[in-house]
Design a protein around this ligand. Structure first.
Ligand SMILES: [Zn+2]
Length: 206
């Protein structure tokens, strides 16, 4: 699928946070990977949230501008969820947080999932598989909602951290032993911080 953006960032170790990281400033210029319909489709494919055939079918049936408007809905969902996560990261969620999750539950109630028996080759046999009716391009928001809901229920928010890079906006779940992760990645922010510390040491010597 043609897309001018660099590959999206998947460093969070939690898909719900990777979704928040779909806008970021990897070098100097901010990039929003879902700033239009093509971007949303490319992001969903890279996130492995929707099968390529489904994405192609929905793209083919979409009216002009329809996917762009779904991408706009995805961005507002993302920025709403960013506020929820920012306010609560660093400590476990409480039962009362359900009060703030109405927008997510409203999205989830639109889902049309069902089960099907399917044959499989490796190992050969039958499997019971969850699938979903993709009624319209708006259905593309559903797997995102599912990823966010799983993240809210399965992730310990104590492990949710913001990268310590001064200009970095990336969030991640720290699953390292000892919970010592500080950076989105060594390549992006860790090395930059090391170099800055090194320069400061040199300056201090002179
Ligand atoms: Zn960073």
């Amino acid at each position: 699928m043609p897309d001018h953006r660099p590959p999206a960032i998947f460093i969070a170790d939690a898909l719900g946070l990777d979704f928040l990281n779909s806008i970021a400033t990897p070098i100097d210029t901010p990039i929003d990977w879902i700033d239009n319909g093509d971007g949303l489709i490319a992001w969903l494919q890279q996130a492995d949230l929707v099968a390529t055939e489904t994405l192609e079918a929905l793209r083919a049936q979409a009216m002009p501008g329809e996917l762009d408007s779904v991408a706009a809905q995805a961005r507002s969902l993302r920025e709403w969820f960013r506020g929820f996560v920012r306010d609560r990261k660093g400590k476990p969620l409480a039962a009362k947080d359900i009060g703030e999750l109405g927008p997510l539950n409203r999205l989830l109630e639109r889902d049309e999932k069902f089960m099907q028996l399917v044959s499989q080759t490796d190992p050969g046999g039958l499997a019971f598989k969850t699938t979903r009716r993709w009624r319209s391009p708006e259905s593309l928001l559903l797997p995102i909602g599912e990823a966010m809901a799983k993240f809210v229920c399965e992730e310990d928010f104590s492990n949710v951290k913001a990268c310590e890079g001064p200009a970095c906006t990336l969030l991640f779940a720290d699953h390292t032993r000892g919970h010592a992760r500080r950076w989105c990645s060594m390549a992006m922010c860790g090395n930059r911080a090391k170099q800055a510390a090194h320069r400061n040491r040199l300056k201090a010597k002179h």
